[in-house]
Ligand binder design. Structure first.
Ligand code: ADP
Ligand code: MG
Length: 356
């Protein structure tokens, strides 16, 4: 073998950097779909309709009724680090939108065929633009449309054969897609979300903007879960003297002792609007049920947690799902108490006694 370092250092071309980054942001259809959903929600949509073909492997389409995109912004739409949501690093502390990195559409444009149709209030017509490798390939061309944006992602990894081979079967990808869409559908109040398989009349997920949280949980997680839910709340305000103490607001639903069809524990957790995972919280909430559930059945939890931005690191990589936040142990304990209270004081379960 020749010398490993015989070449001089060069700076990678931007397109090479972008292509490498794209493969990190988008690994499977549901990653791309999550980004598109977040964009639709950031755009103030009240209705988001998702269509997938082959579990998203060959097509993902997200249609929304949000604010649309200014025609003059289209050339920048898929440029890396181009965003309408952030200007300074300080803005990160107060950012209310789900996106802010300006990386998602760029990444998608490097790994799939991307078409964007959009129209704003007051525009004479919609426009259709095809993107490739962060640049406009075709358009914008005038077309018929409604106010809002439709993003179509086709042939994921058409240009990366190894990645394409690594995609799972359509049914496996679809399961993950349904999971992600369902969870966002439950979380976002005032937004109706639907998911259809291309060619199917019946949707796999369908919520309307006026549904209550319980109705949406029932729709997405089934009537067994939906009929056995206990609501709980917990919160803490920081010490007045230093303002450094634990501060959070949480509300959620936990399954009651009557729920006995869970085969594994489900924790659906949103922190500041982001779907995340927190294994310590899941394990801790599970312990509440040790004495009340039949052997082999597992509880269900849906938790919405709001934590001051300075106490949780939102600047994590898009695909990083486990989160860390300040006062984690105390906060988890407070949530456990709240769930315990709900489970042991609810009327239908007064026959159960807490064993300590
Ligand atoms: P980010 O969401 O981090 O800003 P994206 O690459 O996801 O980055 O999107 C880039 C920009 O494109 C957004 O900042 C937004 O201005 C615009 N955009 C993307 N999707 C939509 C949409 N569905 N409706 C309106 N604007 C959108
Ligand atoms: Mg985004």
């Amino acid at each position: 073998a020749g010398p490993r370092h015989r070449r001089r250092i060069v700076k990678l071309e931007e397109s090479v950097v972008n292509k490498i980054a794209a493969g990190e942001v988008v690994q499977r259809p549901f990653n791309a779909l999550k980004e598109l959903l977040e964009n639709s929600i950031d755009a103030g949509s009240t209705k988001v309709s998702v269509t997938v073909r082959d579990g998203g492997n060959t097509m993902i389409r997200v249609q929304d009724d949000g604010c649309g995109i200014h025609e003059g912004d289209l050339p920048l739409l898929c440029e890396r680090h181009a965003t309408s949501k952030l200007e300074t690093f300080e803005d990160l502390r107060t950012v209310q939108t789900l996106g802010f990195r300006g990386e998602a559409l760029c990444s998608v444009s490097y790994v799939a065929h991307l078409t964007v149709t959009t129209m704003r209030e007051g525009d004479a017509h919609a426009t259709r633009t095809v993107f490739r490798d962060s640049k406009i390939e075709d358009g914008p061309k005038p077309c018929a449309g409604l106010v809002g944006t439709t993003v179509t992602v086709e042939d994921l990894f058409y240009n990366m054969p190894i990645r394409r081979k690594a995609l799972r079967s359509p049914s496996e990808e679809l399961a993950k897609v349904i999971e992600v869409v369902g969870r966002y559908a439950v979380y976002h109040d005032g937004v109706g979300v639907s998911l259809k398989r291309h060619g199917n009349a019946r949707p796999d997920v369908s919520t309307s903007a006026s549904d209550t949280k319980q109705q949406k949980i029932r729709m997405v997680f089934g009537s067994q879960v939906g009929s056995n839910l206990l609501e709980f709340k917990a919160s803490a305000v920081p010490d007045e003297c230093d303002g450094e103490g634990m501060s959070f607001q949480a509300k959620g639903y936990a399954s009651s002792a009557n729920y006995n069809s869970g085969k594994r524990t489900v924790l659906v957790l949103f922190i500041n609007g982001r779907l995340v995972e927190c294994s310590p919280l899941k394990r801790c909430l599970e312990t509440v049920y040790a004495s009340v559930l039949a052997k082999g059945s597992r509880p269900f939890f849906y938790v919405e947690l709001t934590i001051p931005h300075e106490q949780v690191d939102v600047n994590v990589h898009p695909t990083k799902k486990e989160v860390n936040f300040l006062h984690q142990d105390d906060l988890i304990e407070r949530l456990r108490e709240a769930v315990e209270n709900a489970v042991f004081t609810s009327n239908d379960h007064r026959t159960y006694y807490k064993q300590t």
